[in-house]
Ligand binder design. Structure first.
Ligand SMILES: C[S@@+](CC[C@H](N)C(=O)[O-])C[C@H]1O[C@@H](n2cnc3c(N)ncnc32)[C@H](O)[C@@H]1O
Length: 471
């Protein structure tokens, strides 16, 4: 009998799909099952039916698979974060490596032996940035996350285990202040209420915290009381107003509430100052491992020119500058570029320049005045490189491309386009920055295969190298 929506069926889960759902079969149908893990036998309710696949969620685990563990978090399964907290960490890492391998083979048509995945140094307390939303409950306003699969429902949190203890204290202090001040949460359906979001950022190596409160328009009451409630490690708080209906924590214009408008972090020995809206990898310790790996893949020498595309606040370029002759960074977000420039100055790094702009539009003008790169680092957002960005990269024709990716399903086709145009995919290594979530980072090295017909490659034009002393 044909399946119908709402029907409950028993399934045996035999894999994990990209994104984190269990994969099972029902006759000819592939079924993607939320909250089910490999080896589980589950009773699942069908939520969506297509010709070749269906979607379902597990209503009961009839027999647990071998990797199941008890999740640490009281909000597990309800909160939309940490979907894999009930999967043993060794299994999480194994599945992530398999998903990168699968993406490169299936979507990129590569036969490559991945280097072993770098597991996370800490499985909890690793996030240096948390974005909470306010909602009203019986005790007054609370901070929490979106309910799994719902954009319109929030789950208040008691303790978030991937935040630090100090980060949790900051959230609790804001809740206490809001209740004492008699404030209410903004309601997206009616447009009424005041409190919208709280972003807590933290320097993992400095212990400094910065908070950004996002509200509907209106002054923040009781600032002195708020300051008194917050832990001493909070170096400052900023306030941003959002008058729109859409949720936003980025692209706002925060103003100081008290203290500093930035916190300090140390990354790979560099002292960085970070404002509320500047880009920063959200796991500091693992970002250091990621950057070390990327810079190692680049095989830099002190005469090399390196370009750091999608550079954020400049971390890769700033770290690479110690081993390269000259570095250029391109980044679209002005706030991140401002931090990158400040951080270069602060760390006494003179052989680097940052350009604010879209990679697709800024590469050509930069190339008119800057030396052609020997190495290009690319670290694009999840959507990967656009066809235009791939084209610009090919026009740059560096000998080595180090691709830092947060999404293997876009890395694979991007790498295929580069390989089809004359590069070889030499190395790739996944890095786990986000335990208990299905997210995975990967660093890949592509090397230009020398061909006589390539004008940038056959002659010396390409090797217009800078010296270590150039600025
Ligand atoms: C994954 S982050 C990489 C940041 C940096 N490499 C780091 O580790 O700190 C991607 C960055 O690309 C920037 N970005 C997104 N689209 C862009 C574009 N079209 N041109 C330039 N930068 C872009 C984002 O603002 C973000 O800072």
């Amino acid at each position: 009998m044909a399946l119908h929506r709402g029907q409950e069926i028993d399934l045996t889960v035999d894999g994990l799909a990209f994104g984190g759902r269990g994969v099972a079969r029902h006759g000819e149908l592939v079924v993607f099952v939320s909250r089910a893990l490999p080896g589980d036998r589950v009773r699942a309710r069908v939520t969506k039916l297509k010709r070749r696949h269906a979607e379902a969620f597990a209503v009961e685990v009839l027999e647990a698979g071998p990797g199941r563990v008890t999740p640490r978090c009281a909000h597990f399964g309800v909160c939309g974060g940490c979907a894999w907290q009930d999967l043993a960490y060794a299994e999480q890492v194994r599945h992530k490596a398999a998903q990168v391998d699968d993406a490169l083979r299936r979507l990129g048509r590569f036969e490559i032996e991945l280097e072993s995945i770098v597991p996370a140094a800490e499985q909890y307390g690793y996030r240096n940035k948390l974005e909470y939303s306010w909602s009203d409950g019986p005790d007054g306003p609370s901070l929490g996350f979106h309910r799994a699969g719902r954009w319109d429902e929030l789950v208040p949190v008691e303790t978030c285990h991937i935040a630090s203890p100090a980060g949790n204290d900051v959230r609790r202090a804001f809740e206490r202040w809001a209740r004492e001040a008699g404030l209410t949460a903004y309601d997206g359906r009616t447009g009424e209420g005041y409190l919208r979001h709280l972003v807590v950022r933290e320097g993992a190596h400095t212990g400094q915290l910065l908070a950004m409160l996002v509200t509907a328009p209106g002054a923040v009451p009781g600032r002195d009381r708020l300051r008194a409630l917050l832990p001493a490690e909070v170096v400052g708080a900023v306030h941003a107003e959002n008058a729109g209906v859409g949720e936003a924590t980025a692209g706002l214009e925060p103003r100081p509430l008290f203290g500093a408008d930035r916190y300090e972090e140390v990354v790979g020995g560099l002292c960085l100052s970070v404002t509320a809206g500047a880009f920063m990898q959200t796991n500091t310790v693992m970002s250091e491992r990621l950057y070390e790996l990327a810079i190692g893949y680049a095989e830099l020498s002190t005469t090399d020119v390196a370009w750091d595309l999608y550079c954020g606040a400049g971390a890769i370029g700033l770290l690479a500058a110690a081993r390269a002759g000259r570095v250029y960074g391109i980044e679209i977000a002005e706030e991140s570029v401002a931090r990158a420039r400040e951080n270069a100055e602060r760390n006494g790094i003179a052989n680097i320049e940052f350009v604010a702009g879209d990679v697709a539009k800024s590469v050509a003008p930069l190339l008119e005045r800057a030396p052609r790169p020997d190495v290009v680092f690319v670290d694009p957002p999840r959507a990967g490189l656009t066809p235009k960005a791939v084209k610009r990269l090919l026009e740059l024709a560096p000998e080595r491309i180090v691709y830092v990716s947060c999404n293997p399903t876009t890395l694979a086709p991007n790498a295929r386009a580069l390989v089809d145009a004359g590069y070889a995919l030499e190395r790739a290594r996944p890095v786990d920055m986000f335990p208990h979530t299905p997210h995975i980072e990967c660093v890949a090295l592509l090397r230009r295969e020398k061909t006589g017909s390539d004008p940038n490659f056959s002659g010396q034009a390409h090797h217009s190298r800078a010296t270590a002393s150039s600025t």
